[in-house]
Design a protein around this ligand. Structure first.
Ligand SMILES: Nc1ncnc2c1ncn2[C@@H]1O[C@H](COP(=O)(O)OP(=O)(O)OP(=O)(O)O)[C@@H](O)[C@H]1O
Length: 408
């Protein structure tokens, strides 16, 4: 992957207002708390709405075709279709999952199964995701979905067409009889996912929402089942400025992320850096191997933060009991990182590989879900087993910012 950082400032979704992404605001000149991507989008929306040409009507007939209803901010439904600007037709075959902001559908494009992520036109989170995926594509990121198309339909919804993935890691673990993965699968996931995080950081972005439900293996039919892919960049943020200089911490900015996997700094509502993505990765690994985290049943964010502190102090021994000692070293390494520092990804990987060697895990080993996988068709694999709401509830609420939280 190239190390040059992306200099592009804006993503223009055809027929949509321009998103001025969060990171494009000059930090030094800013006096107020930085607007979220959503707020920036809303501001731009007002400015650009008048200038944007009228989008041509596309897609299926809508029952009530009155002018007002044709412009209704809405999510598409299963069975509908739309045509993109090049005349390609995309059907929303069936729903693969629900996110906080919209639906993800299965579709077919060029004889290949794909996923289409949608959100209401006014939501404005998708442009950031598109921006990240386009940047990744330019840098040939290995652990990310290919972005095939994106746009907006009649000011009703925004969409992006991306490569189809298998079930996410949260679902796959939940389906294991023990609700945990073997050391082989956990360490293989650890190596794949730290590579994904490293790749994202190399192109100048933070995820700020590293968690099992944002990673999934690729599809066997596409020959991608040995790779774990990272998706969902709704909370992503650039941590370097236009001149590729690392931006200074903005101090206290509010909560970002998912309670269960959030870093100690996130609990302090501080600006997040690369080390925080890696801390989330660490909690994710422990959960996958042990089957749960001590704060699994806690919903109060403060209590979860206290429980995370406790595993560094009074409950350290219990927490690290019966798991490879390298995990404790990993946590101590992460805790020693300051905001600016680049995590030592090769060292983290070396510790994971040490676990594999000590436990005589052969290099070529199947994922835990591969036995079960062979008994089902690939299409069934992508269908949700747990409801998305159940997963959100399990994780102590899905990703959100303080602002979104207040709106709940
Ligand atoms: N490329 C894909 N292939 C298959 N399924 C996908 C893909 N992208 C997303 N999904 C499914 O859709 C669900 C929601 O997607 P995603 O996490 O991107 O949406 P979101 O609105 O950002 O959700 P969240 O509430 O977790 O932030 C995922 O959990 C997954 O089940």
């Amino acid at each position: 992957m190239a190390s040059a950082l992306d200099q592009t400032d804006m993503v223009q979704i055809p027929n949509t207002p321009t998103l001025v992404a969060e990171e494009n605001v000059d930090h030094k000149k800013r006096v107020k708390i930085q607007p979220t991507a959503q707020e920036s989008f809303a501001m731009e929306h007002v400015v650009h709405q008048v200038q944007n040409p009228e989008p041509r009507l596309r897609g299926p007939a809508i029952k009530d075709k009155s002018e007002n209803n044709a412009r209704k901010d809405r999510l598409p439904l299963q069975g509908e279709y739309f045509d993109n600007d090049k005349g390609d037709r995309f059907f929303f075959r069936h729903k693969l999952g629900d996110g906080a902001m919209g639906h993800v559908f299965l579709s077919v494009f060029g004889g290949r199964t794909v996923a289409i992520k949608t959100e209401k036109y006014s939501t404005g989170m998708l442009p950031m995701e598109i921006k990240v995926l386009l940047s990744i594509k330019r840098h040939q990121g290995h652990h990310f979905c290919d972005i095939i198309d994106y746009g907006t339909i009649r000011r009703e919804y925004n969409y992006m067409v991306i490569s189809l993935l298998g079930k996410d890691l949260y679902r796959l673990r939940s389906e294991q009889p023990s609700r945990s993965f073997t050391l082989n699968t956990t360490t293989k996931i650890a190596l794949e996912t730290i590579d994904a995080i490293d790749e994202l950081h190399k192109i100048g972005y933070l995820s700020r929402d590293v968690k099992p439900s944002n990673f999934a293996p690729g599809m066997r039919e596409h020959g991608q089942h040995k790779t774990i892919y990272m998706f969902d960049f709704g909370l992503a943020k650039k941590y370097v400025d236009r001149d590729n200089r690392k931006m200074k911490s903005r101090g206290e900015v509010g909560w970002r992320g998912t309670v269960r996997y959030g870093s100690l700094q996130a609990h302090k509502r501080m600006d997040l850096g690369r080390r925080d993505d890696v801390e989330c990765w660490f909690y994710m690994l422990i959960e996958m191997y042990v089957g749960e985290l001590p704060w699994r049943h806690m919903t109060d964010r403060t209590l979860v933060g206290q429980a995370k502190l406790s595993v560094r102090n009074e409950s350290r021994q219990t927490f690290f009991n019966r798991i490879p000692r390298q995990f404790e070293r990993i946590m101590d390494m992460i805790d020693a990182y300051s905001f600016e520092v680049r995590p030592d990804y090769p060292h983290l990987k070396a510790l994971i590989n040490e676990i594999r060697v000590e436990n005589n895990i052969p290099d070529r080993c199947k994922w835990d879900w591969q036995v079960e996988e062979s008994q089902h068709s690939e299409l069934t694999e992508t269908t949700s087993v747990m409801s998305d709401m159940a997963i959100m509830a399990e994780q102590g609420g899905t990703n959100y910012t303080d602002r979104a939280c207040e709106n709940q």
